[in-house]
Design a protein around this ligand. Sequence first.
Ligand SMILES: NC(=O)c1ccc[n+]([C@@H]2O[C@H](COP(=O)([O-])OP(=O)(O)OC[C@H]3O[C@@H](n4cnc5c(N)ncnc54)[C@H](O)[C@@H]3O)[C@@H](O)[C@H]2O)c1
Length: 304
Amino acid sequence: MSKKIIVTGGAGFIGSAIIKHLNDERHEVFVIDNLSFGSRDFIDIDDNHFFNIDILERDQLMSIFTEIEPDWVLHLAAIHFIPYCNQHPFEAANINIQGTINVFDVCKKLQNLERLFFASTAAVYPISDHSVDENHELRPLDIYGLSKLTGERLAREFHLETGVSTVVCRFFNAFGPNETNPHLIPEIQEQINAGKRTIQLGNLEPKRDFIHTYDMARAVISLLKSDINYDVFNLGRGIEYSVREIVEAFERELGENISIDQDPSRMRKTDRMHLLANVNKLKNAIGWEPEWNIDQGVKTLIKK
Ligand SMILES: NC(=O)c1ccc[n+]([C@@H]2O[C@H](COP(=O)([O-])OP(=O)(O)OC[C@H]3O[C@@H](n4cnc5c(N)ncnc54)[C@H](O)[C@@H]3O)[C@@H](O)[C@H]2O)c1
């Protein structure tokens, strides 16, 4: 059945992938986004369904939400690139915590709300050499992870107060089209699409659990349709890839060799060596399996 859905941060990287699936299923989608990182061009929705609003503007949120009376709210709007958050800790904390309080407060006034979805992050976990499941200790390393952990607590409190079904999803490293932040894969993609076959990168050793936004969106939509009352899920591929393995996937797609120059100016001073999701809980709850491997994902990024 078609739902009325508000997506905050819907003009961003992951939001735009989710909205494509929601549009395919003919839901009525409304987007709140101040376009600080996202782009209006990423999403195919009418102008009267798009609100260029800052989530810090509580009164404006209140009038839009109560006018629309959505069935589902997906709260994705956040400042999320970790180096940017570290450089702008007050802005990151303000948007990710105060903005989230505003969105949830407004949701408490809604009459028909069936489901709230909150985008959290793997950054709530401490450094670990092994895969992490949802019961793993929570100990963020930075202001971004801390702000998202606060968001998780606020989501729990929202559910306890309202009884509205609430899903918290800890996203691992997304990749795919419409990337808005200079993460590793878009760095590689940009240099390769500019014709370079010797590319400059920072730290080469860290491994990450890269999941394509196509598979992420499929999982989010299944979670929205499930009968979960309140729960927290990891959302990753369940496989770790090194920087070199990602570059090799680009090599296979191009059929050409690529060499890497390590550029000290791109290196993060501190970085996790591993970040790997245990996604058994998600798979068991909704029967989801990722469909795309790294090569299929990389194919969506290369301009030939
Ligand atoms: N990309 C990842 O790998 C990843 C990993 C873990 C968690 N997440 C989380 O998933 C969500 C989406 O991330 P993304 O990668 O699509 O990032 P993104 O930056 O592309 O999307 C966030 C969107 O929120 C909007 N926004 C930011 N501040 C706002 C404000 N004050 N008011 C209104 N809109 C605002 C931006 O313009 C952008 O369109 C975020 O909550 C992020 O923390 C992402």
